[in-house]
Design a protein around this ligand. Structure first.
Ligand SMILES: [Zn+2]
Length: 113
């Protein structure tokens, strides 16, 4: 199964999986355990979590990943929000938690301070 995306952390990998899933593509996150086990080692390709898809879906998934990366990039400029359900941090422009699927708190979607 080909790797379609190499994430910087498990959150990104799961966001990617969720994004692909919303586009009708099944994928799997690999390497999470390794990422957690690496401790204080500097990040590098071989310990990054990856998202893998089936051979048939690879081309379509690659095209979608470009949109995903753009969305992720945009999200970096916004404040992250903490999931009210599981307390994981999520990029500002994601509507649901990458970890448990909970919706973002209402305050997140509206008013500035
Ligand atoms: Zn959550």
């Amino acid at each position: 199964m080909p790797v379609v995306y190499s994430a910087e952390n498990p959150a990104e990998a799961h966001l990617c999986r969720q994004f692909l899933s919303s586009e009708g593509i099944e994928s799997r996150v690999d390497g999470e355990i390794l990422w957690q086990a690496r401790g204080d080692l500097p990040p590098n390709e071989s310990t990054n979590p990856t998202v893998i898809v089936s051979d048939e879906d690879y081309e379509t998934a690659r095209a979608l990943i470009e949109h995903f990366e753009q969305k992720l990039q945009d999200g970096r400029e916004l404040d992250t929000w903490s999931c009210p359900h599981c307390a994981e941090d999520n990029p500002g422009n994601f509507e649901v938690c990458w970890n448990c699927g909970e919706s973002a708190p209402a305050a997140q979607q509206t008013e500035p301070l």
